[in-house]
Design a protein around this ligand. Sequence first.
Ligand SMILES: C[S@@+](CC[C@H](N)C(=O)[O-])C[C@H]1O[C@@H](n2cnc3c(N)ncnc32)[C@H](O)[C@@H]1O
Length: 931
Amino acid sequence: MTETALVIARTPADKYRVRACAQCDRKGDALAIHWRRGHDPSSALFGKDLCDKCGKAESRRLVKERGAVPRVVFRGTTDGATRAPRASGKTSGTRRRRAPAVGGEKTPPAKARSRPETKLGAKKAVRKAKTSHAGLGSIAVVREKLRQLATEEPYYACESWRRTPYDITPYDVLPDGAYVAGVGVEDEDAKVLFDRLNTSVRDGWTDYVPVSVSDGTAAAATGQQPSMKAHSGLELDLSTEKLRTPLRLGVDVEERSLWGMDCFTREAILASISGVTWYAGDENRPRRVEYLQQRFLPKLHTLGADGWDASRVAQCVLDDAIKNGEKHTAMASRALLRVIAECDDDYARAPAPKKKKANSTTTTGEVKAEDHTEEIVESHDPRARRERFRIHPKGTGVVCINPNGLKAGTFVNHYIGEIYSPWKWYERQDAIKKCYPGMELPSFFNITLERPPHDDRGRHVSFVEAMHKGCFASRLSHSCEPNCQTVTFAKGGKLTLGMFTTQDIAYGEEMTWDYSCITESAEEYRTGFCLCSSPTCRGSFLTYSGSGAFTAVVNKKHAFLHRNAILFKASTSALTNVDRKMLHDSGIRECALEHCPDWVVKWAALTLEYIKLEENELPNELMSLPATRFGRYNELGAKSEATGVAATRITNLIVTLDKIRYVLTRSGQERAPFFRVLTESEVIEHLWSGDESILRRILRSILAGAGAKKGSNSVGKSRLVMAKMPKTGDARVDAAMKAIQERIDIDERPKTASDLLWFYANTRNWFTHAKLDNVISPAVNIDDVASVIPTTQRKHIPNAFRGNREAMLQKRYGALYVWGQLVTWYKQTIYSPDSSLSADRRGTLSLPDPESCCSAAPSAYVNKERKELFKALRKNKHQSWPTATSWSFKNPAKVYGSPMFDDALREMYPKEYASTTSFTTLLDKHERQSM
Ligand SMILES: C[S@@+](CC[C@H](N)C(=O)[O-])C[C@H]1O[C@@H](n2cnc3c(N)ncnc32)[C@H](O)[C@@H]1O
């Protein structure tokens, strides 16, 4: 194959020789210009010196002409140290030996030091180091690593790169431990909120558990579990004296504009320094991590607006290392600088594309300028979306500036802010989303304050918003390997949240905690890519509630019909002492249940039963999941994950109770059970004897349809059926319907009418729902939000409040809100949980309209569709029926029930529904008989 690559002239003597480019006549030595040499024998430029630009152009031309891939190039950089590539014989290894004595770095482990001598011999080892860890080798390794990472989660999750720091979100400082009522919280509600801060638990109680993880790191033990609080048995000192003295801003800690790297960049940096022998190989990964965390990151946190530039950080680390005689750190920094130069600087130096026209939707000059900068960066080179050393702004964070560092277990500060009850909090969030659609994920500062389960009045949840009012504790960043933690504790009969260090923290180190924040939106999860830079970073600082841990058991044991079965049972059976005790034992007591009607309390008890079942079954489900990059779940990790999921579920249960209570306690609101079972005579009327009964409607539509086709056999058949209809309504519904079904094969299409009747005839539980009033709550006040919208997002503001402002700020709870919320209780961010009900009920709870079996679309229910429908129902009875068929589901009578729902009831409550035949047995029989 013809050699098409261009390689650099690379002997040390060459370095200082002034050359001229054979193409453009540019002059300079190797320190000023990155020189290349024509390497294609058939080219006129073969063997000639070319400047960087012309060399690349030549390379591109050759690649275009012949489709060959250019060989990786290596070039010198300008700091004059360790530049020699392997062919020169002057390796960075030799220079290292001449470097000044090392200060503050650890000796390599004996095993690592002895290996070259014992295995290869000293000379061989040096040669190996030269070839595999210097220059060309390391860059190839990095490139290969980046290629691999680009196809793996979570590395490619980050798609755009912002190089400018975020605006500071200013806040009012609240006095220690003082919460204030949220914006627009009315006095009555505020009273309830502050009362919920009172507790019967003894002073000094805390929800902090000093977990000891003996068999490895927290991450290894927990898989991707964020909520496990693992900190090697550290005890916290909650003496009042300590809690009175938080750390001081400007003395112990400082708020700073901080930067962080995505997982891709972190791995690229680790790979870059693995080119240095001291840091090479799996056994030296801890050294690479130490370089990143103890040298690179602290330096990054001092760079202010320049933090985006990885090579600047590396250069600063190098300068410090040279000053302090830390030779390994210096070598790592040089290696990193070299790789960054190779991978990124070409890109940075290439001419910027022509200015785009200013964005007409922007409102201020400042925004235009900022947007433009970002556009250039992104549109310049699409490959930049992946293979670059990207350091992103994280906004304000908190750094330890106490020269002695901070000890593990130190009280940092109270986590305080404005408090909201759950229903009010979600009304506010809904209004924000409605008024600022399409707004980028804003920084969030909220945290939940949870009452302890053993408090006399039990659990409850309040939302603490620290965006506008609070203290520096709310400015700490998230980390997947944090050094601080929030803790709820009791002090003076009141509950409060505090931040504590869980590890010793050195001067210059960033203080972080694990947000353990769960999002219901996959998009939000992806947007929240994590910049914590820790070696076990999970990729996003959010946890997705659609992940395996949250869905593994739900999909099997708590699907749509199961959740409706719970609501059905709660509406139709009495609240017992066993239910009350179970709730009480789990801490769901007065605070969560007051003002709830019995059927809602029963619903809570039945839902709690499911939560316990899930907690039991989830560990096995998790251990059977395929391995992720964190490995497989072990038993400890799976159990801990299940505990975390159960805790989230209980919080959601309490939040749901709070929302439902709000709607049901509005004046004039119906409080009877939400589902009402039809009496037998109502069922007969609905199916059989009523003017609008299912049977009458079906016959009417058959006659209407068949009338068009004179002489059709259907007409005679349906008249016959009509004539034989009993005049009284006291026949057993299912027997009569069955008899009709056997004779009514009157439709010319395969089995449409008889199948439909089969579903009706085989449904045992028919019910309808309560008619609740719509509730429209007062407009919430979100004036405080506009001030914190990032400048880049301001362009959305003109679109906000397009409609009636007052209406957009009000929350409308529709008549079916209670139904929707109770069957999606584990989600909280859906504006109208009832809006998906009609789709979810399609064919599952609501059977097709009788008219649809005689619709004008004759091909809609041919044998193929029929088979597919039955197959799908066998596989998943909770799945709504496909929309492509002619079935319609208007259900004007609002009567619900289906054989699939009966089956869900039987699965959930086998004792009460023991006589119900399983749905698949029924369907098998029906298919056999109707062949
Ligand atoms: C509680 S605030 C922290 C203070 C905030 N950085 C500021 O500028 O005021 C949480 C926000 O900080 C940013 N943040 C914190 N930790 C982060 C991390 N590890 N990765 C990415 N962004 C982070 C995110 O924007 C997040 O919404």
